[in-house]
Design a protein around this ligand. Structure first.
Ligand code: SF4
Ligand code: SF4
Length: 451
C-alpha cells in the first residue's frame, strides 16, 4: 500500500540515526535560566514577578500579553535575579525573566495532581490549555488555545496530530512516540472531545516504524483515534502538507486549517495538552535533541525551558571539534546562531552543530525546472526569486509569492545552488510588513476623519 503524502517535496538524507536510539535523559540545569517573553507568535508575555522574588516550578512568571499570546512559567525553583533585556534567536533583544536555580526543584501545590478531565466542559478544557501557556512546539509557536477557538459555523471533522518530524536530524518526537505513546493518545482524546464529530489522526512518517507501532498500540480501544503512516518526504510536517496527506484538502495563506475542517497539533504539543489538562502541569519542560557531527554524544534531553544551549551541549559530551555552524531547530527551517548562551524556548526542538558550514557558490540558472517540481505550494521559485531580486513586488504577489511557506525545498534541489528560498522569504516578509504599515496608516487616517 502506498503511504499518504502531498504533491512536491524533496527526499533528504535525514541524519536521524545519530540520535534516534538515544533514550530521553532528564537534564537538571546548573546556573541561571532565561525565560524570554516572545517564545510564541503574537503579543509578548508580560512579566508578573520582580527581582528578589522566590519562584517554584509551575509558578507563572509572565501573563499573556493578549488573546494571541501565552503565559510563561518557571521550570525550576529559585530566585528571580532580574527582569531585563536578553538576546533571542534572531539577534533581536526581548524582555526576559532571569531565575537563579536553587537546585531544590520545589513545585507549586497540585503540580502533576491527576484531574478528572472527562467531567470538564469544553470551555474549561480550552481554559486549562490557555492557562498552561501551551504553544505549537514544532517550531511555529502559535498559541494552542487560539487554534482551538474555532469560528462559529465551522465544522471540525479531523484533529490531526503532526508526528511527521520531517526535518532532518530531529528525533525528540520520535523518542516521545516510543517513551510516552499513551500520553499522546490521552492528548488526542482530550482534543477530539472538544469537537464531538471529529476523528483523531496521528500522522507519522514511515521512517519511524517503531514509533508507528508504539502509538498504534496505545490507540487500541479508542475507535476514533488512529495512526496514519505517511511517506517520508520533506516538508511532510508542514501544516498544509499534512492536511493534504490526511484529508486531500488544500488550504492557502488566507485560510486556517479550521476552514478545511481540521485542527493540526504537533506531537510534543499534544503531550503538553495531556499534561496540562489531565495533570495540571503548565508547559515548563520540553524534549530537545542535541545532535550533529560536531557533537560527541548526540542525545535527547527532557529540559527545563530557559536552560542555556551551552549546558546541553556540555551534557552531550561537548564538541568533537569547533563547529562552524550551530542551528536552533533543523537544517531546513532552523535559525543559525552564534551565541550558545541562548536559552531553550517552548519551540526549541533541536540544537544542531556542524563541523563544517557548507559554502555554496551560486551559478546561472540552467532551466532544469527542478525547483518547480519540488515546491509543495506549486509556485515558480525561479521566477519569484527574479522578481524579488528586481524588487518587483507587484509581480511577486501576482505570482503568489505570499503562499511560500519558506520550506527551502527549492534551494535544496537547485543544481546551480541558487539561494531561492532565502530571496523569496525575504521578499514575502517585506511585502507583509508593507501591508501591515499601510493598514495601520489607513486606520489612523480613518480615526482622524472620525475625530
Ligand atoms: S518557493 Fe517557498 S514553498 Fe516553494 S519550495 Fe521554495 S521555499 Fe518552499
Ligand atoms: S532548480 Fe535552479 S537551475 Fe533549475 S530551474 Fe530552478 S533555479 Fe534554475
Amino acid at each position: 500500500m502506498s503511504l499518504k503524502t502531498f504533491r512536491g517535496g524533496v527526499h533528504i538524507r535525514d541524519g536521524k540515526k545519530l540520535s534516534s536510539h538515544a533514550a530521553i535523559q532528564i537534564y537538571r540545569p546548573k546556573g541561571e535560566l532565561v525565560y524570554l517573553m516572545n517564545q510564541h507568535i503574537g503579543a509578548p508575555a508580560v512579566p508578573c514577578v520582580r527581582a528578589g522574588e522566590r519562584v517554584l516550578i509551575g509558578q507563572k512568571l509572565a501573563d499573556p500579553g493578549g488573546f494571541v499570546s501565552a503565559g510563561v512559567y518557571a521550570s525550576i525553583s529559585g530566585t528571580v535575579k532580574a527582569v531585563t533585556g536578553r538576546e533571542c534567536m534572531n539577534g533581536d533583544t526581548a524582555t526576559a525573566v532571569i531565575v537563579e536555580n536553587d537546585g531544590i526543584y520545589e513545585t507549586v501545590p497540585d503540580y502533576g495532581a491527576e484531574r478528572d478531565w472527562q467531567s470538564m466542559t469544553a470551555d474549561e478544557i480550552k481554559a486549562a490549555i490557555k492557562d498552561a501557556g501551551i504553544v505549537g512546539m514544532g517550531g511555529a509557536g502559535f498559541p494552542t488555545h487560539v487554534k482551538l477557538s474555532v469560528r462559529d459555523g465551522l465544522h471540525i471533522d479531523h484533529v490531526i496530530c503532526n508526528g511527521a518530524e520531517c526535518e532532518p536530524y530531529i528525533t525528540c518526537d520520535h523518542r516521545l512516540m516510543l517513551e510516552r505513546p499513551e500520553a499522546a493518545v490521552l492528548g488526542m482524546r482530550i482534543l477530539t472531545s472538544l469537537f464531538p464529530e471529529s476523528v483523531g489522526v496521528i500522522g507519522i512518517e514511515g521512517n519511524k516504524p517503531d514509533g508507528i507501532e508504539a502509538v498504534a498500540a496505545a490507540c487500541e480501544g479508542y475507535d476514533n483515534i488512529s495512526v496514519l503512516p505517511l511517506k517520508k518526504k520533506y516538508p511532510q510536517g508542514g501544516e498544509r502538507m499534512i492536511i493534504e496527506a490526511v484529508t486531500k484538502r488544500r488550504i492557502n495563506s488566507k485560510m486556517l486549517p479550521a476552514d478545511a475542517g481540521c485542527i493540526v497539533v504537533n506531537f510534543s504539543t499534544v503531550i503538553a495538552v495531556a499534561d496540562a489538562v489531565a495533570y495540571g502541569k503548565p508547559l515548563t519542560h520540553r524534549v530537545v535533541t542535541v545532535t550533529g557531527d560536531a557533537v560527541k554524544e548526540p542525545s535527547n534531553f527532557l529540559v527545563p525551558i530557559g536552560t542555556k544551549a551551552e549546558e546541553l551541549i556540555e551534557a552531550a559530551g561537548g564538541f568533537t571539534a569547533e563547529p562552524e555552524k550551530v542551528i536552533f531547530g533543523g537544517p531546513m527551517m532552523g535559525f543559525a546562531v552564534y551565541n550558545l548562551e541562548l536559552p531553550v524556548n517552548k519551540t526549541t526542538s533541536c540544537i544542531l552543530a556542524y563541523k563544517r558550514d557548507r559554502v555554496y557558490n551560486p551559478s546561472e540558472c540552467i532551466r532544469c525546472g527542478k525547483c518547480l517540481t519540488v515546491c509543495p505550494e506549486h509556485l515558480m521559485p525561479i521566477k519569484l526569486k527574479n522578481t524579488a531580486d528586481e524588487r518587483d513586488f507587484a509581480e511577486f504577489e501576482r505570482l503568489h509569492g505570499l503562499e511560500c511557506i519558506g520550506c527551502g525545498s527549492c534551494t535544496y534541489i537547485c543544481p546551480a545552488k541558487r539561494r531561492l528560498s532565502q530571496s523569496i522569504v525575504a521578499a514575502k516578509q517585506f511585502v507583509l510588513l508593507e501591508k501591515k504599515k499601510a493598514a495601520a496608516a489607513a486606520k489612523e487616517a480613518n480615526n482622524g476623519t472620525k475625530g
